[in-house]
Design a protein around this ligand. Structure first.
Ligand SMILES: Cc1cc2nc3c(=O)[nH]c(=O)nc-3n(C[C@H](O)[C@H](O)[C@H](O)COP(=O)(O)OP(=O)(O)OC[C@H]3O[C@@H](n4cnc5c(N)ncnc54)[C@H](O)[C@@H]3O)c2cc1C
Length: 262
C-alpha cells in the first residue's frame, strides 16, 4: 500500500505575536513545529504500516527550506521518504494555490492509495487544503476522521466526527482523509528511527519539477490575500462580587443600573 501524508510546518502558536504596526505575524525567533493534526495524520499512516509492513509512507510539504527539519522529524517517526515543494514562486499562497501545488506534487509521486492530511493547520486555520487537494486530484474525501475501522480491497471504512456523534462512511480508494486529534496519539521519534532518518531522502521540487507555471502558484494564483492580521484588544479586567446570594444580587443590580444596562 502507498500512503501520502500532507504535513505543514507551522509556528508554535503559543509563541506567535502580531506586529501592532505592520499587522503581520512576528515569526522571528518563534519555534516551528509539525502541525498537530498532521502528526495525527502521520500516526494513522504509521499504524497502517504496522499492520501492513509492505506499506510505503511519503510525506509532502509545501514550505520554505527550513521545513526540512519538520520533514526530518516525520522520517524519524517512521515515514519512508519526504518531498518538499519549495520555491519563491510558491510564496504568498492562499489555500487555493497551496492545494494546486500540493496536488501537483502528489500527481508527480503518482502512486497512492490513501492521502492523509490534518483537519486544519493551527496558523491558517481554514481546514480547506485537504478537501481542495482531493478535488484537484479528482478523488473522494472524508474530513474529520476520528477512527479507521476497516481497510478493504478498494475501500476504507472510517468514522467521521460530528458535533454530537459520528457517522460511519465507506469511501473508495484512492481517497483523501483528514485527521482530527481524537484519531490517535502520535508516537515519539525513536532513537533508531532518528539515526535512520538521516539516511532517508528528502526530495525538493520547484514549480518546474511539478509541471506548474509560475502564474499557477503562490500569490499570483491566490484569489484571497491577507491584508492585515490583528489580535483582538484584551477585555477589561472582570470584577468578582462577594457575599451572600442576596448581597451579590443587590450589588449586581446596583452596578448594572449605574452603567444604565438595566
Ligand atoms: C493568519 C492567517 C490567515 C490566513 N487566512 C487565509 C484566508 O482567509 N484564505 C486563504 O485562502 N488562505 C489564508 N491563509 C493562508 C493559508 O494559511 C495558506 O494558504 C496555507 O498554506 C494553507 O491554509 P491553512 O494553513 O489554512 O491550512 P488548512 O487548510 O487548515 O490545512 C489542512 C491540512 O492541509 C495540509 N496542508 C496545509 N498547508 C500545507 C502545506 N503548506 N504543505 C503540506 N500540507 C499542507 C495539512 O495536512 C493541514 O493539516 C492564512 C494564513 C494565515 C497565517
Amino acid at each position: 500500500m502507498k500512503i501520502i501524508v500532507c504535513a505543514k510546518q507551522v509556528p508554535d502558536t503559543n509563541e506567535v505575536k502580531i506586529d501592532p504596526v505592520k499587522g503581520t505575524l512576528i515569526r522571528d525567533g518563534v519555534p516551528s513545529i509539525l502541525n498537530p493534526d498532521d502528526a495525527n495524520a502521520l500516526e494513522a499512516a504509521l499504524a497502517l504500516k504496522d499492520r501492513y509492513p509492505d506499506t510505503t509512507i511519503s510525506v509532502v510539504s509545501m514550505g520554505p527550506p527550513q521545513a526540512n527539519y519538520m520533514l526530518r522529524e516525520c522520517l524519524a517517526m517512521g515515514a519512508d521518504e519526504a518531498y518538499l515543494l519549495s520555491s519563491r514562486a510558491f510564496g504568498g499562497a492562499d489555500t487555493c494555490a497551496t492545494s494546486t501545488t500540493i496536488a501537483a506534487g502528489i500527481r508527480k509521486i503518482a502512486d497512492y492509495d490513501i492521502i492523509f492530511a490534518g483537519r486544519q493547520a493551527i496558523d491558517g486555520d481554514t481546514a480547506q487544503v485537504g478537501p481542495q487537494t482531493a478535488q484537484r486530484l479528482g478523488l473522494p474525501s472524508v474530513t474529520y476522521v476520528q477512527n479507521i475501522r476497516e481497510l478493504k480491497q478498494g475501500s476504507v471504512i472510517v468514522e467521521r466526527q460530528l458535533e454530537d456523534g459520528y457517522e460511519v462512511v465507506e469511501v473508495q480508494t484512492p481517497c483523501v482523509l483528514t485527521a482530527v486529534k481524537e484519531l490517535n496519539t502520535p508516537r515519539y521519534m525513536s532513537v533508531e528511527n532518528i539515526e535512520e532518518a538521516y539516511t532517508k531522502a528528502i526530495t525538493t521540487w520547484n514549480e518546474v519539477d511539478v509541471n506548474l507555471k509560475p502564474e499557477d502558484c503562490g500569490l499570483k494564483a491566490s484569489p484571497t490575500q491577507i491584508l492585515r492580521s490583528f489580535a483582538p484588544a484584551p477585555k477589561g479586567k472582570g470584577k468578582l462580587l462577594a457575599g451572600s446570594i442576596a448581597e451579590v444580587s443587590a450589588q449586581l443590580v446596583a452596578e448594572l443600573s449605574e452603567l444604565h444596562v438595566i
